[in-house]
Ligand binder design. Structure first.
Ligand code: SF4
Ligand code: SF4
Length: 123
């Protein structure tokens, strides 16, 4: 079960999780061309080894430990994590379309500061 990054990353995107991931499966990194275009970071589901190191590293509690544990309000972002592939430039556009739809669908969450957003996710 891969870990999932959700919407508190939008507006934060500090890459703290990238620095602790032992298998470099969180992208885009700051040194990747897609970084500026991405609103948030994504975990490659086939590469994540479920170590859990990224969860305490995230300052805004954006990371859930499985798709099943991801709250209903965040489910669309499970697909965004899956779609993005570093080095495949067209995938950032596809992932960003999912993120944009999520933002449009959840103005109530986007109105909350990223640090407080996870508390409003519900289940
Ligand atoms: S759970 Fe571990 S392997 Fe998976 S994204 Fe987080 S730090 Fe990387
Ligand atoms: S640590 Fe959290 S907010 Fe920072 S980039 Fe990773 S998921 Fe996003």
């Amino acid at each position: 079960m891969p870990f999932i990054i959700t919407d508190p990353c939008i507006g934060t995107k500090d890459t703290a999780c990238v620095d602790v991931c032992p298998v470099d499966c969180i992208h885009p990194r700051k040194d990747e061309v897609e970084f500026d275009q991405a609103s948030m970071l994504f975990i490659h589901p086939d590469e994540c080894i479920d170590c859990g190191a990224c969860v305490p590293a995230c300052p805004v509690a954006a990371i859930y430990d499985s798709a099943e544990a991801t709250p209903a309000s965040q489910k669309s972002l499970v697909e965004a994590n899956k779609v993005f592939r570093a080095g495949e430039v067209e995938t950032v556009t596809r992932a960003e379309a999912i993120v944009a739809a999520h933002v449009t669908a959840h103005p109530e969450l986007m109105a909350i500061a990223p640090a407080d957003r996870a508390a409003a996710h519900g289940k």
